[in-house]
Write a protein that binds this ligand. Structure first.
Ligand code: ATP
Length: 465
């Protein structure tokens, strides 16, 4: 507990009861996990993580804009993924492919023929559903009617026209996955970078799917971002690399603070495999709405390179000096949605507890992922100048930190708890005398006094935990 007292001289002091120093705060009661889609999406809007796109015009279904904190947290997610996949002493090169692709690419990849979801409509209210997510023997969940249209196949790609002429050659599609730009550039990357099989090409970028029923906030969107790694290797090496990447990818989630028990691997049955895959394992997360795919790890065989070789007439095979002949490498793909991972992180970090009888919402984000690493708070505005000086010294070191002087100290702590700031440094009137600040830990509420000279080192230690 912090007690703020006004002294005779009209100055303020933070009094930290001895029980709070260097130990966990005793007045904290946990309320258990309270993460629901409703309170996560409300928090995202309230604190500026994510907004419904075009909200002032009624919103665009399945499309979202990122607010200032959303931009910061997504950058941290991208960096964490990039660092993780490049930390294995393996050749990984990066690519940034175009979002638009001509008809020929999607014909070769099989997306024109196979990228469908089964769709069904209620004949009374015309509500549309994915037929595989509905029990059609039951009444319509919207109006109770029991008559349905036939199931139709709905292609999920967004089609558009390039240029002024309207003929077949001008048809283009927004990419439904980032992977195809990697396959069509495979030879370019290989010949311009002197890499040898095995190696990987990775990409972070937007993908677009005209989902029949976008839902569950960031879980199923129409415009989203993927982080994909295509690992090219010889066919005989596939079992070894498949296991390697499954383990490495599963491990990644604990390194960014996701609860180990909420992650599992689910291996697809033969009848669940996509048209290009002979083996797929999903990394699933235990969402409040059930275990769902977070990342797909698929053995795509040589399907994509073979298809693009055949359709383009360009040989995408690789020459093997040892056996003096050419072959098409096999591919292991690790594919994850950045936005779906952001939602997962928010679910996992969200908590509510009670402090001194007052409810608190807290995001227990890993410091690596937290959008703001630390807050610098003057106890009152009278101490702003000195606190600002300390903040400016630290911000020069390159940390994303905040100086926050408005509102009561309690309110400022609550705001930083809610956006997941791991630590707050508070400058009070004693700081003027003893050159110390109070550090408050978001998760334990532990408070300690440290010398101002120690602030940079303290912060570095917290971030490197
Ligand atoms: P699902 O079964 O959930 O529709 P999928 O099997 O179609 O997913 P993939 O094609 O394997 O998904 O895409 C790889 C990853 O991209 C998924 O694991 C997920 O994290 C992300 N992803 C796919 N579709 C969406 C979407 N509509 N919105 C947000 N993320 C998505």
């Amino acid at each position: 507990m912090i007690i703020i007292v006004k002294s005779f001289m009209n100055s303020y002091h933070i009094i930290i009861p001895p029980t709070c120093i260097n130990q966990e705060y005793k007045g904290m009661e946990t309320m258990g996990r309270k993460a629901t889609l409703e309170n996560i999406s409300a928090l995202c809007k309230r604190r500026g993580f994510v907004y419904q796109s075009a909200e002032i015009y009624g919103g665009l279904n399945g499309v979202y804009d990122l607010g200032p904190l959303g931009v910061l947290i997504k950058n941290n997610i991208r960096n964490a993924w990039t660092n993780a996949i490049t930390s294995h002493d393996k050749d990984i090169l990066f690519l940034e492919g175009a979002l638009l692709g001509p008809h020929a690419v999607w014909e070769a990849s099989g997306h024109i023929e196979h990228f469908h979801d089964p769709m069904i409509d209620c004949t009374k209210c015309q509500h549309r559903f994915r037929a595989d997510e509905l029990e059609i023997e039951r009444p319509c969940p919207n109006c109770g009617n029991t008559a349905w249209t036939d199931v139709r196949q709905f292609n999920m790609m967004f089609k558009t026209q390039i240029g002024a002429s309207v003929d077949h050659s001008s048809i283009a599609y927004l990419r439904p996955e980032t992977a195809q730009s990697i396959f069509i550039n495979f030879k370019n990357v290989m010949t311009s970078n002197r890499v040898k099989i095995p190696f990987g090409i990775a990409q972070i970028g937007k993908a677009f799917r005209n989902e029949i029923t976008p839902k569950q906030f960031l879980f199923r969107m129409r415009e989203f971002e993927q982080m994909e790694l295509e690992w090219f290797c010889k066919e005989e090496m596939v079992p070894e690399f498949f296991d390697f990447w499954c383990n490495a990818r599963k491990e990644f989630y604990t390194t960014i603070g996701i609860t180990k028990n909420n992650i599992r691997i689910y291996e697809h049955q033969k009848n669940e495999l996509a048209h290009y895959s002979t083996k797929t394992s999903d990394i699933e997360y235990n969402f409040p709405f059930g275990w769902k795919e977070l990342e797909g790890i698929a053995h795509r065989g040589s399907y994509d390179l073979a298809q693009h070789s055949k359709h383009s007439g360009k040989d995408l095979s690789v020459y093997d000096e040892e056996i003096k002949s050419s072959y098409l490498p096999h591919v292991i793909e690790c594919s994850i949605g950045v936005d779906r991972l952001l939602l997962t992180i928010l679910f996992d970090a969200y908590d509510e507890d009670i402090i001194e009888g007052q409810a608190r919402t807290v995001l227990r984000l890993h410091p690596k992922i937290a959008p703001i690493k630390a807050a610098f708070l003057p106890l009152t505005k009278k101490l702003s100048e000195q606190t600002k000086q300390l903040y400016e010294d630290i911000v020069k070191l390159g940390y994303k930190i905040e100086f926050d002087e408005s509102g009561s100290i309690g309110k400022r702590y609550r705001r930083h708890d809610e956006i997941g700031t791991p630590i707050c440094f508070t400058f009070d009137f004693d700081s003027l005398e003893d050159h110390c600040v109070t550090v408050r830990n978001r998760d334990t509420l532990k408070q300690e006094r440290i010398n101002i000279q120690q602030v940079a080192k303290y912060l570095k230690n917290v971030l490197e935990e």
